[in-house]
Design a protein around this ligand. Structure first.
Ligand code: NAI
Ligand code: F6P
Length: 390
């Protein structure tokens, strides 16, 4: 079995590639990073280190890699031959892989070969977004063909995946825990898809929201509040009592959304939040706030990890003050090496914070004002702004 996987980064090697390899797949990575492409093609394998006390190392073999920019013909041939196509390139890069994917998929269609395409990105319905990007390049007749043979299947993925360099080799550094949830009803009915390490579900929405609104939301809140307080890592921010209190309250607020909207039990949610906190506190992690806070416009946008739960709680008439605080901290995020952070700060300077919040988080006037008030407090009285309780 062959898989084509776009994105040989932390998640691509440390999680998706690992699970596919364990299920017997040969891995054909597609990337733009020449260093990792060269490493994979020299070794035809790579290593993963677990964030456990033993520093357990695992080897993934049966690997080759292709350059997205210069090896289009080979990639198209791999797409035609593949049993499965997947991605983890970052949501903003899905549009960039659409042209080569479209050409490869149409060649498959001519051969009447159906396929599942799984985009694994931290965004709601990433595979549907990838489908939109591919279809935007196709004629009506091509779209009809794609409809017949190409199944864009949404997923939710959860594993903290970083990297380290050892003997000039990129090693994927991952926590032992992982969860890969896939929408069964969107899959190709002609394919038997029974992978170990994967959970197939009828309704993916609660899983994506649980991942974004609890795991990613707390992570982003620690990153943005931590950056404001001058910390370098999420783990340092977690040790700060005031920040920890805000994030704990944010999670308690979000828990009420899941209780009311999905009828989940308090006990189940509390356990999930506690388990998530433990994972983020893993003593072997030193996760840079700039990495976890990267691409702030995406993270502050409507439906994402911060504005999503705040809007949902507001709709239900439930408290969301800690969520507003995390959002306001996000609007303060700056990093000269992060193009979205630079664009965010430029937008705030040019249009003002109120118009920026309205545009990015898509809030009504009342909710916008609450975030703007907290943002202003962060600018003028940061000590007071770091308090949400009594
Ligand atoms: N790292 C993590 O712990 C988690 C990441 N995710 C999601 O997984 C996705 C990937 O994240 P990471 O692996 O951390 O990022 P990464 O930056 O380590 O990997 C992304 C890879 O995609 C490649 N890439 C970018 N544009 C490309 C293109 N046009 N064609 C081919 N390859 C391209 C990059 O060169 C890079 O190797 C993101 O959407 C992220 O939100 C989800 C859960 C956890
Ligand atoms: O990958 P994103 O969406 O930029 O979010 C940052 C972080 O969120 C996590 O997926 C989980 O909190 C991280 O492991 C990830 O890198």
């Amino acid at each position: 079995m062959q898989a084509v996987h776009f994105g040989a980064g932390n998640i691509g090697r440390g999680f998706i590639g690992y699970v596919l390899h364990e299920n017997g797949f040969q891995l054909n990575y597609v990337d733009t990073n020449t260093a990792i492409i060269q490493q994979l093609n020299t070794d035809h394998s790579y290593q993963i280190e677990l964030l456990d006390t033993d520093h357990t190392r695992l080897t993934v073999d049966r690997v080759q890699a292709f350059n997205s920019l210069t090896e289009q013909d080979q990639i198209i041939a791999q797409i035609v031959a593949a049993t499965l196509i997947s991605t983890s390139v970052g949501a903003k890069n899905l549009g960039r892989i659409a042209p080569v994917l479209k050409t490869g998929l149409l060649q498959r269609c001519q051969l009447k070969k159906s396929v599942n395409i799984l985009a694994n990105e931290n965004i709601v319905n990433a595979s549907s977004l990838l489908k939109q990007a591919v279809y935007a390049l196709a004629t009506t007749a091509e779209q009809a063909l794609l409809d017949q043979y190409c199944y864009f299947v949404n997923t939710a993925i959860d594993r903290q995946s970083l990297s380290l360099t050892d003997h000039e080799r990129q090693i994927a550094l991952v926590e032992p825990y992982y969860e890969w949830v896939i929408a069964e009803d969107q899959m190709d009915p002609a394919t038997s898809f029974n992978l170990n390490g994967v959970r197939l579900v009828d309704d993916l929405t609660p899983y994506i929201e649980r991942k974004l609104y609890l795991v990613n939301a707390s992570h982003a809140a620690y990153a943005y509040l931590g950056a404001l307080a001058g910390y370098s890592t999420v783990q340092e921010a977690i040790q700060d009592e005031k920040i920890h209190q805000i994030v704990s309250q944010f999670m308690a607020e979000n828990k009420q959304y899941f209780r009311q909207h999905y009828g989940l039990s308090d006990q189940e949610l509390t356990q999930f939040i506690e388990k998530t906190a433990k994972r983020q506190q893993n003593p072997r992690l030193a996760d840079d706030v700039r990495r976890v806070g990267r691409d702030p416009i995406r993270k502050l946008s409507a439906h994402d990890r911060l504005a999503g739960p705040v809007q949902a709680l507001s709709n239900l008439g439930l408290p969301h003050v800690a969520g507003q605080c995390a959002l306001a901290a996000g609007y303060c995020f700056n990093n000269s090496e992060d193009t979205e952070a630079v664009a965010l700060q430029t937008q705030i300077k040019a249009q003002g914070i109120t118009a920026t919040v309205q545009k990015i988080s898509e809030f009504d006037d009342e909710l916008t004002q609450a975030v703007v008030d907290r943002y202003t407090l962060f600018q003028e009285h940061p000590e007071q702004a770091m308090k949400v309780g009594d």
